[in-house]
Design a binder for this molecule. Structure first.
Ligand SMILES: *Cc1c(COP(=O)(O)O)cnc(C)c1O
Length: 364
């Protein structure tokens, strides 16, 4: 006879049991350059204002369910066109989940398309929601393989195509003309995931009005507010209205609404931090380019992907960790990410510690 626990396990869908849980590395005691976080804190002046604002927060009340005041602020700061609507998510990950839930149909062959290597949440959420994931392989230089994409769109008729712009983990922005062609060919929604917009400074936001099937997704995470969990999806009001029905009420909590609004009122501070990070990215790219034994890929984001050429990337990763710096091991033995590591751009001091650790690891 099955135990109650066995019975429970049996009820869980096999697609869920087969998923590898999203692994977050333990960074205690290490310089944390693994998760594309902004290394800077808010100014003392802004923290003081924040404390006053939060001391008035009504924690006994539910938040404004539509967070309309925060949405207005986001529209202004992110320059969302007036004729396009906005829905907020508890991080953009939640928006990806809402989009997938909106198209998942029982017993139907629904497809979510993206490009590999890409952002792992697209595939994971497709799995959660029982949608087929089609990942079209990128070219060697991480550009879009348009011939394969045209064929794949025709064959699998994706309900949604996710395009990370810039892409994670490769850090490049795809060719604009290629993206335009995909939007035109797509039989459904195309979501431009602009999580790294502060570092790329190129966007499809102003072109939302040109395409009714285009959605632009942003997040405050990589801007320096990863702890808040706040993302936004912008697009045609008729589409956003449907997505908004899936949103759980009160998904943006009181503290996030108050904090985000205040910080966005002082967006200049975050923009200055992004400028510093972009400058440091160029410094780091130059330093890494000068090292033998690495293939360093171009970056328009706040991180850099690089391949270790004559050593095992896992050994280099461990050695850097022994030196006190945590980066990301892409853990690929073959394929486009083979022997690749990814480092987030930190403060000048953190980057220096990383380069020193990298030089040491390559000499071992
Ligand atoms: C980090 C990242 C996100 C996650 O954003 P959250 O708002 O923190 O959930 C979304 N898309 C891409 C491509 C990312 O790299």
């Amino acid at each position: 006879m099955n135990s109650p626990l066995d019975n429970c396990r049996q009820k869980i869908r096999s697609v869920i049991k087969n998923i590898q849980a999203y692994h977050v590395a333990d960074a205690r005691g290490l310089i944390k350059l693994d998760a594309m976080e902004n290394p800077y804190h808010l100014s003392e002046g802004l923290i003081a204002k924040l404390q006053v604002r939060l001391s008035g927060a009504e924690l006994n009340r539910y938040p404004d369910p539509s967070a309309s005041s925060l949405r207005d602020k986001l529209r202004e700061v992110m320059q969302v066109p007036q004729d396009r609507a906005i829905v907020l998510g508890n991080g953009s990950d939640e928006l990806i989940q809402m989009l997938a839930m909106a198209v998942a149909e029982r017993d139907a062959d629904v497809c979510l398309m993206s490009f590999d290597p890409g952002f792992v949440m697209y595939r994971m959420i497709a799995d959660f929601t029982g949608i087929n994931y089609v990942g079209v392989s990128l070219n060697e230089d991480f550009s879009l393989d348009m011939e394969s994409i045209r064929k794949a769109i025709l064959e699998s008729q994706p309900a949604i195509i996710f395009i990370a712009y810039p892409n994670n983990p490769s850090a490049n922005c795809y060719n604009e003309k290629d993206i335009e062609e995909i939007i035109t060919l797509a039989p459904g929604m195309v979501v431009l995931d602009e999580a790294y917009h502060p570092f790329a400074q190129t966007s499809f936001m102003s072109r939302l009005g040109d395409y009714d099937n285009l959605l632009v997704m942003r997040t405050v995470s990589k801007m320096g507010l990863a702890g808040l969990r706040l993302g936004l999806l912008c697009g045609h009001p008729d589409i956003i209205t449907e997505i908004d029905k899936i949103r759980l009420p009160y998904n943006i909590n009181v503290l996030t609404q108050l904090t985000a609004e205040l910080v966005l009122d002082n967006a200049v501070e975050l923009e200055q931090q992004a400028t510093l990070i972009r400058e440091q990215r160029e410094v780091l790219l130059r330093q890494m380019d000068a090292l033998d034994g690495l293939q360093v890929f171009p970056s328009q984001a706040n991180f850099i992907l690089f391949r270790v050429l004559d050593k095992n990337a896992g050994d280099v990763f461990e050695s850097i960790k022994q030196s006190g710096v945590l980066i990301k091991n892409m853990k690929a033995d073959s394929g486009l990410l083979s022997n690749c590591l990814r480092v987030t751009v930190g403060t000048p001091e953190e980057n220096e510690a990383f380069v020193t650790a990298l030089v040491k690891a390559l000499a071992e």
